[in-house]
Design a protein around this ligand. Structure first.
Ligand code: NDP
Length: 280
């Protein structure tokens, strides 16, 4: 690091598990950019002061993760359409007057799906969950022209609010009983799990895979060394699966380009992520 090094970082609580520093620092090195990307653990009570302070200190760009994405959007001087639509920002771009918020999560998932040769246009999608990541993903699917978007959530009111906010006639809400409804399951091309259910006790209700198409793709936003329970069940049923590592990669690649104006070195970032995942 030198006096000219531009500083980037990620704000979260907690943030020590984040793989973004490994991925973005590898990207800066590969692109020949004099930059350094650091984790900032920040409690909700300190978010506003931290954002103002990092802007005053000349920090060049930020990512925002759980639980600050909505609050960060409210603290931005302006929002790009993707962040405004879902009311959450995961990428902050420096402007003279303050931070400009964008959201690359949904577009990151679409890029990861494209790598699996899955094009959402005209497809029937079940999105499980209605939290922060679901909002970004739902708006991206709506923009990408899915034929049907069914949002199912443990708290059905949140699913209803999300589906209504999309302002589309082909977006519907349901509770989790839909996971066992063969008539609904039969027509699906993609199921995305965006819940924070873990490998431990709090599992989703079982999906009746016998009722699903053999070409169904099952995607979990979670990533890690082991597949989630949702993905393990889908694999056992012989369905195609993908975890959230591709989304993590591509949301980061899009953020890199927003900050630097340069094409992201995606292959380098993918390798850095793999290395950090197996080391973690
Ligand atoms: P939120 O806390 O905003 O939302 C959590 C969602 O999970 C809600 O819909 C909640 O339902 C549901 N949920 C929680 N526990 C249960 C349970 N026991 N049974 C059924 N539903 C449950 O989380 P996020 O949207 O921010 O994150 C969700 C997941 O996505 C996390 O695993 C996160 O790591 C991952 N993620 C991955 C990214 C990537 O780049 N790959 C990016 C962002 C997130 P309810 O409304 O009823 O509480």
């Amino acid at each position: 690091m030198r006096g000219t090094t531009r500083v980037y970082g990620i704000l979260g609580d907690p943030v020590s598990h984040s793989l973004s520093p490994a991925m973005q620092n590898a990207a800066f090195a590969a692109a020949g950019i004099d930059g350094a990307y650091v984790p900032f653990p920040v409690a909700a009570s300190g978010l506003a002061a931290t954002l103002a302070g990092l802007h005053a200190a000349g920090v060049a760009g930020l990512n925002v993760t759980v639980p600050h994405k909505e609050a960060a959007a409210r603290l931005c001087v302006s929002l790009r359409p993707r962040a405004r639509a879902c009311g959450a920002a995961n990428t902050l771009i420096r402007s003279p007057k303050g931070w400009v918020g964008d959201n690359t999560d949904g577009a990151g998932l679409l890029a990861a799906l494209a790598e699996q040769r899955f094009a959402p246009r005209g497809k029937n999608v079940l999105l499980i969950g209605a939290g922060g990541s679901a909002r970004s993903v739902a708006h991206a699917f709506a923009r990408a022209g899915v034929a049907l978007l069914l949002v199912a959530n443990r708290t059905p009111e949140r699913a209803a609010e999300l589906a209504a906010g999309l302002r589309r006639r082909d977006a519907y809400a349901a509770d989790l009983r839909v996971l066992a409804n063969p008539d609904v399951l039969a027509g699906l091309d993609l199921i995305v799990n965006s819940t924070s259910t873990t490998l431990g006790g709090d599992a989703l209700p079982a999906i009746d895979y016998a009722a699903t198409s053999p070409t169904l793709l099952c995607c979990d936003l979670m990533y890690g060394k082991k597949p989630s329970r949702f993905l393990a069940q889908a694999r056992r049923a012989g369905r195609r699966t993908m975890d959230g590592s591709g989304m993590l990669l591509h949301q980061g690649a899009l953020a890199f380009t927003l900050w630097t104006g340069k094409k992201a070195p995606v292959a380098v970032m993918r390798r850095a992520l793999r290395k950090a995942t197996t080391a973690g």
